[in-house]
Design a protein. Structure first.
Length: 140
């Protein structure tokens, strides 16, 4: 089982204007967890909650291109250093941020714990909002 390729395939799901939630759900363990921005966003518990969160995010932006700069595997953990670019639906502007994504996978290759580390203030500046508005968006 190639854990690196599983994560690459998972991230490729987001480079679209129409999120395929069925395929997304199939790559997550039933009891998976997701934290969209560590430490400010709450952890989403369960594959259905994660899919719901991604559907919510895709009402704000789409076409999340994940340009992987580095990727490393240690046991069942995959670390990605990326540059993510999304298209804001409100105005069509592109927002770009550096991201470190960490994925833990179970023995069947399903994602069980996914967390993202990125600079929310940098994104807030690109969006023309303050940190409180950014927290409100990410903690909804």
């Amino acid at each position: 089982m190639n854990l690196e390729q599983i994560v690459r395939d998972f991230l490729a799901l987001f480079h679209t204007s129409s999120l395929d939630v069925i395929v997304l759900r199939s790559m997550l363990a039933d009891d998976a967890r997701y934290q969209p921005i560590v430490p400010i966003a709450p952890v989403r518990h369960g594959a259905d909650a994660i899919c719901g969160e991604m559907e919510r995010q895709y009402k704000l932006y789409d076409e999340c291109a994940c340009d992987i700069l580095h990727i490393a595997v240690n046991g069942n953990t995959v670390f990605t250093e990326r540059v993510d670019t999304v298209r804001q639906l409100a105005n069509g502007h592109k927002t770009t941020t550096n991201v470190v994504g960490v994925f833990d996978l179970d023995l069947s290759g399903k994602i069980i714990w996914w967390r993202e580390y990125w600079d929310g203030l940098d994104c807030a500046g690109q969006l023309g909002i303050d940190d409180k508005a950014m927290r409100a968006i990410m903690c909804a």
